[in-house]
Design a protein around this ligand. Sequence first.
Ligand code: 26Q
Length: 819
Amino acid sequence: MSKRFDKEVFIESVKSNLKTLYRQTLVDATKQQVFQAVSYAVKDTIIDNWMETQKVYEEEDPKMVYYMSMEFLMGRALGNNMINLTEYKEVKEALEELGFDLNVIEDQEPDAALGNGGLGRLAACFLDSLATLGYAAYGCGIRYRYGMFKQKIENGYQIEVPDNWLKDGNPFELRRPEYAKEVKFGGYIRVEYDEATKRNKFIQEGYQSVRAIPFDIPIVGYNNNVVNTLRVWDAEAINDFQLDSFDKGDYQKAVEQENLARNIVEVLYPNDNHYAGKELRLKQQYFFISASVQAAVAKYKKNHSDIRKFYEKATFQLNDTHPTVAVAELMRILLDEEGLEWDEAWEVTTKTCAYTNHTIMAEALEKWPIELFSRLLPRIYQIIEEINRRFVEEIQKKYPGNQEKIRKMAIIYDGQVKMAHLAICAGYSVNGVAALHTEILKNQELKDFYEMMPEKFNNKTNGITQRRFLLHANPLLADWVTEHIGDEWITDLAQISKLKVYVDDEKAQQEFMNIKYQNKLRLAKYIREHNGIDVDPRSIFDVQVKRLHEYKRQLLNILHVMYLYNKIKDHPEMPFYPRTFIFGAKAAAGYRRAKLTIKLINSVADVINNDKSINGKLKVVFIEDYRVSNAEWIFAAADVSEQISTASKEASGTGNMKFMLNGAPTLGTMDGANVEIVQEVGEENAFIFGLSAQEVINYENNGGYNPMDYFNNDQDIRRVLMQLINGEYAPDDPERFRDIYDSLLNTNSSDRADTYFILADFKSYAEAQERVEKAYRDETGWARMAMMNTACSGKFTSDRTIQQYVDEIWHLDKVTVEA
Ligand code: 26Q
């Protein structure tokens, strides 16, 4: 399919890049320079396919999806691009001949961390699948100058360090000034009657504006010559004022516009599952949406004359509510610039926009104060007011006299603009991201909307790309799988179920577990180099890596570690299988309790790792700066996947799927996609514990949960909690962890004590952990279980997810691109 890789040509290209970029030869070049030179050589191949793909799109005019997202957590590009070009091994060999280790070269690349966690990484996996399946797609986002912060751990505390990911230049991006768009903020709207059209014209005046400049990043499909585009927008000042003729007002405005442009794309908000009502955040949202929608309309108009059929060629998928101003921006363009009537414009808009919900956490819901919203986006606000007026009318028609419905469903209410309500009202599809999550949306969170418009609601269980998270992340296992069942799993993960015939095969079991062991060695080396901690690769690697959030319950995990440590100290003779508890997590910079939890984990680690008396039976490791690139190694090395969120709180989870694919059974609650994982792999191949989602919801609705009961009646729990405040892990400041203790036992004004049911689930979790230990002692049993997890992971490819989006929501046309 793709052009044959020519080693000589490739090497020449690397050499010539070194020369033109850096005036360097191979012998003198730094590793960073070699990385750049190799990347430009790879980009060369990509560009041909990129142009060819865009030509096919021009000719065949397929319907396109615009995946609108504030976040794209791409990670590194070089390795992934080589994988998808099917040139990875060839390049590796070529570089070896030149005396370079490809792993070391790949390691020079900073992660493109333009996202927080699950939602951003999902967007990245979707782009990979869209290109691989041959669908025309644009990712639309922001080119943040600083992505997700780098995490340093100092004295056990998280320190945030700016992520200057562009400092050496990004070899894969392409600046496209010819597609720049102007985006306007603020000012006021002057209404003017237009005799010619007999309509009011709405003219924005006294505004500030910035120029949005697109940077295009290639998204390489696997072995199919398709290259799609991730388009991220940079902001530049518009300063066409004349130096000789400006008065004081012009000068002031010019400076303000410079600042606006600089600030707008400066940094990603590092909040995960938490809404911060910051003006700059709303500016970011409108900035990239206005530019993207303008570009999508312009692209359509190049080849089509009737804007009323826009939706036949374009669909906008809104990645959570963050891009929901797209609804009003599309309306604005259709009404004010294209001259459509309201009903015509509304039809186009509601056939174009679709919305994905990623959370039921109340604190993540976007509600903008009217004052802020209307000041920043005056015309957009007018349009939303009219959308709301008509929507409220509809509600009244359906539920006459029912004020309650209006209070609960209106888009504008109580001085706030509710973005989820706008997205549901204007979207033709509303989807959750796992079966359980979608059911909770329909029956609890969005019940009123579901009752009014049931046809909009649907489920799309998340997925992950096996190309990055197995083929690239775990080459040993990838090769082993291919040896046994062929390589079709790379683009058809359902094939991986063919491994089931090997789960009882002793040789296969040994090979599988030996690969796991090699990956554990690789991770142990990483931990030694980065944390200075020695871990025993024969111990159980029990891993929880994800954003730090109370609902994800890293606290439950570390409290259990404290409990185990107590047990080992009390009963040194007790048989105990060595365990290594591995954590990785960033806390939002302003999330006090999350940051204190990191300190707790590190304090417990300090005590336990330095206690010679326990003979290394227990180790605790906090991996600094958990991110996509080191995640790849971590998943490959995990024995146990910790997915222990309070049931009903984790919409889906996607890390759970990456562990499963790499042969790590889930230790988890019946939450999010865990439910479907258990369905696929069988209960006997997972370790499930804790309250069900319904039980949690019942407690939340009816009360009756009292964590003090557990404190009073269970001495193990009481002892662990007392250790939070007796200086056991904070001899220099015994009060350090008081807030965590209080959060579990003391009701404060806003929250019930132990909001996330940690004490309720503690015993059940500890028992599940005992089952893990017992299962791990049975070597064959464990090998079988691990292999079953890999073999049953077929459903969780993002290729399946994307195919469902295409079939049930987007209805895109498939394309093929010849080399
Ligand atoms: C909103 C307003 C202002 C500032 C920040 C935000 C904000 C930013 C990020 C709100 C939420 C997020 C991220 C949410 C997220 O990552 N959700 C996760 O989405 C995954 C993909 O669907 C799911 O697997 C996870 O369960 C869900 O938590």
